[in-house]
Design a protein around this ligand. Sequence first.
Ligand SMILES: Cc1cc2nc3c(=O)[nH]c(=O)nc-3n(C[C@H](O)[C@H](O)[C@H](O)COP(=O)(O)OP(=O)(O)OC[C@H]3O[C@@H](n4cnc5c(N)ncnc54)[C@H](O)[C@@H]3O)c2cc1C
Length: 471
Amino acid sequence: MAKGYDLIIVGAGPGGSVAAKTAAESGLKTLLLERSRVPGEKNVSGFGLTSKAYRDFPWLHQMELPSMRVGRKCVAHILSPPPELAERICLYSGTSRRISYQEGKEFFTVMMLRREFDEYLARQAVAAGAELRTLSLVTGLVRERGKVCGVRLEGGEEFRSPVVIGADGVLSTVARHSGLREKWRPEEVVSVCCIDFSASRERLDCVIDDATFHGFFGPGIGGNYFMCMAEGVHLGGPGVGNSLISRLKRRRIKPAKELLDTIKAPSTLNLLKAVDAVPREWQAHLLPWLDRMPTNIFGAGVMLIGDAAGLPEPIWAEGVWQAMYSGRLAAEAAKEVIDEGDTSFSSMQRYLDRLEDSPVGRDFIGGVQMRNLFELLGDPRVLGELTEMMVDLFVAMFMNGQEVHAEAMSRLLPILAENLPALLEVGRVYTPVLMEMYSQSLRDKLRLLKSVGAILSGMTSDLDQVDGDGT
Ligand SMILES: Cc1cc2nc3c(=O)[nH]c(=O)nc-3n(C[C@H](O)[C@H](O)[C@H](O)COP(=O)(O)OP(=O)(O)OC[C@H]3O[C@@H](n4cnc5c(N)ncnc54)[C@H](O)[C@@H]3O)c2cc1C
């Protein structure tokens, strides 16, 4: 007979483990199934955990992993068009005091290896009381009266539970077998190639220190990146920007070739040499990347979270915090529907409602327009002109030792006027993002006013009653 649980979670990535931890802490008998030998074995090398994960999951402050390097600065290298790829501008930036929460004011990201992080999270789930079964590949779902009520493993073993959470990544078996999604459309996924290097900790401390994230942009190059951990470097590309640009322009790209071309750029090559980087392995992954919040992510007895749901955000395709956040919301929803004894479609709807209302859902505001901004970045005309404008402003006005200072300083207006078409083009694409964001915040304010109105009218009727009673 199939063994029974309150909740089964398929996949022990960041989403699945946080869902399992939350569920076990709420008292649900929870089974976490992972196909590999240990969580994290899928291995996407290094990654950056943004400070908002520390804000929303304060227990992460206790996490200490050998590969961690805290990022307090990020660097943008703006290159000239291929094939030269010579560096035109390099901007170092610390965090901004305008960020709305404390961790965000202190650091951008913590870089670390995924195999260490995934294993750490799975250990947290087990410590909370969840049962973890590795080497357990889920190949199908069990259904009864139209509802999902369990899973089937390779080899035929079955486990039952009133709710199943699909945390099984981009090629989700749960999505397919529940009928929520057969497969992604080509424009909904991107391929990301990356190379992992070992590097000397001492050299990284000298050369990189806390400037752990370097992005490489340029006319026709969309955001390849270089991120540094304690003793290693992860070079990713063609950055999601490139894949997006190729998609928007309906042009085929060769991701691996573009990554290798980036490595040949003098700025990347010099950094790799400076830190004594030695290649360890190279990988290619699919990543869902949608410009609208997906909605077909739940059904009777089933929910999808993280990459399985298509939640990486629309600008950078950051997906770990999204997986963790959606995992927690799904586990909370599971606890409620199980306690209520109602796992029907309409009862499960609460998961989507809360997700749409959460910062994960709200990241999709302006999604299409934000992607258009990316397209603009890769446009040689716009980025090319703006790069030269920045060089002119900085060098031809301020860092000018060759000419009379007053003459150099008088160039501001001519430089801006000359670049007006490119500036207007950026404004044209940015305006719709602002419009969509403001219309959303206006809607929020109206909603708030309505609820304040309801409270006030409730208080007025209480007062009327008091008056009527004379008490
Ligand atoms: C190269 C690269 C770099 C990235 N860098 C960043 C970054 O810096 N920061 C960031 O936030 N995001 C980054 N992302 C995105 C991020 O990796 C994903 O969004 C995130 O891993 C999603 O987590 P998840 O738990 O939903 O799924 P996954 O991490 O994909 O985990 C799914 C788990 O399910 C298991 N599984 C799959 N199928 C089955 C099955 N049938 N049965 C049992 N188990 C199964 C897998 O083995 C895996 O352990 C990057 C992605 C790539 C490809």
